[in-house]
Design a protein around this ligand. Sequence first.
Ligand code: PAF
Length: 286
Amino acid sequence: MIVIENAEDMCRNTIGKPRVLVPTMGALHSGHGRLISHARSLAGPSGMLIVSIFVNPTQFGPDEDFEAYPRSPGEDQSLCVAAGTDILFQPTVEEMYDEEASGSHYTAADSGLITTLCGPGRPGHFDGVCTVVEKLFRMMKPDIAVFGKKDYQQLAVISKMTRDLKLPVRIIGAETVREEDGLAMSSRNRYLNPQQRCQAPAIYKALQHIKEHGAMEASARIMSAHEIITKEAPLGKISYLQIVDRQTMREIKTIDRPALAAAAVHFGKARLIDNVEIGPIPQDNE
Ligand code: PAF
């Protein structure tokens, strides 16, 4: 595995087809490991697998955890090697945000997909994601890029941006990897104290309940999911629990089309998100 820190070296390195990119912010866990191994299989033996690690400041709000965001460069490198990475791209902030460089003016609002879920509670977050992902795509020219479905709205926004800007990248969504008790793997799980960790699986339990509930009305399903979290995770503070149309990310009242049930719950400083798909699963998946 080669480690590259600068965009010019990255651009020069054009060997290997297809080029498959897995953008991350590091603090890698076995969920990332699964994602990277999947990307390896998409690249095949002659393809190039690139993993980027960059804690992107522009996607964190002023009261969010940018400084405290977990960083574990040594372990990350070992995991990348074990999962078959060819290039690890680890740029500095200066490298990614050169003041001279002018970017495109794509804003997440252009996607029309951020009026629900994480959009209202994290103003500017998806703009930061779009900016950095577009830069990564332009620098690395991947044929394929893989993103986890745990950040479903992010995946939807990036897919839309890619289509809107006609970027020649195929976006693949990889299934969420879970702990044995159902908790979605996340770099932020390491913020949880033992009591919070015990209660956090209630998020997935509530989402599964929404999926399996027979009622057509979204409100009935949401109400009983709320009860599960309130009862089983009293340390959790629900930021949102919504059912949206998977295509438009708009809230729906009746479950009569492919939908997504999604939640964000705070446990102390850990803001955990998760979701489940309801109805037919889209094709471009793991
Ligand atoms: O999902 C993440 O880790 C980040 O939002 C991403 C896509 C790497 C952009 O910084």
